[in-house]
Design a protein around this ligand. Sequence first.
Ligand code: MG
Length: 393
Amino acid sequence: MYAESLDLSVASSPIQASLSALACDPAHSRGRRFAEAPAPTRNAFQRDRDRIVHSTAFRRLVYKTQVFLNHEGDLFRTRLTHSLEVAQLGRSIARALDLNEDLVEAVALAHDLGHTPFGHAGQDTLNECMAAHGGFEHNLQSLRVVDQLEERYPAFDGLNLSFETREGVLKHCSRAHAEHLEQVEPGGVGRRFIDRTQPSLEAQLCNLADAIAYNAHDIDDGVRSGLISMAQLLQVEMFAHYHQQTLAEHPGLSAKPRRLLYESIRRMLSDQVYDVIATTRQAVAHAGVTNADEARRSGPLVAFSPRMLARTGELKKFLFAQLYRHPQVMHTTGQAQQVVRELFEAYVAQPAEMPSDFAASADLHRSVADYIAGMTDRFAMREHERLTGFKLL
Ligand code: MG
């Protein structure tokens, strides 16, 4: 049976039972770049989330590196599982704060769509390759994916997402890029980087959920990989605290190191979530804002307490020094940089090696960057081997 013949008039999904006056309301969205009739059963943010889940870029996240290369182990986080964890944490916090869960989910699932293969090594190298051609920045690329690069709809490029979802996707942006965006879309998603205002509370929340997620899962993956030891981790105050707390309650876990690790991480995650909820409630009450736009004009409101911020800062520093800069990670990083650099040079020299729509673009360098950025780790490795004859990684 076709939808047109069904009566869906009362089926439209209700908004959450209780929604804060500071939450983004899909009924009052600033809308899409191309006007579309509302969906009969889903609000604007639910529809955004569904478009993201069905996109090609989203499926590619499963084969993109978070910290460890996709083929280094089946249980390490990839960009996809990372994004799902960010969505889970984000929704939990959103629900407790009566912020819009659907919007948080959409932003969380889309936040890493612009990431290159090979994690930050890929992004940094592509940025160097593009230095004379406008640079490359993964947040801006995530916006480019949802605005332009996805090809699914007859009437427009991209996914035509709501303003609020696009606002959340564009987490950072340089002044120069913001001014360019402002020219193309006056008063649009680039504006706040010029006015120095905040994004919605839902977008602020996603930023924090992102950090909570990777700090926790990088500990897990770091230990699993053998690159960081429990003894090293116990030098980090926050981890040591939950580790001792767990052992005091469950002494038997000293013989079960994985369960001890998971339980310590679980407690660490929960306390960060509770801390954000309590701190944000206080900040919102103190700011005296009464709607979503006033919240945007206020300072950042979704935050850790100073104490938790210091603790997570120490953990972040530890992970940076002991995991992200570990010689073994740096070795693969070096190879990944070589793959991206040589792919870039090869496509610029021979555009016909790319699919015809990329090869035909008027802006060849941007088109090469788009093509490489969209690749999964293993497709990039295969292409590199095909074009150079050398097998790296
Ligand atoms: Mg992320």
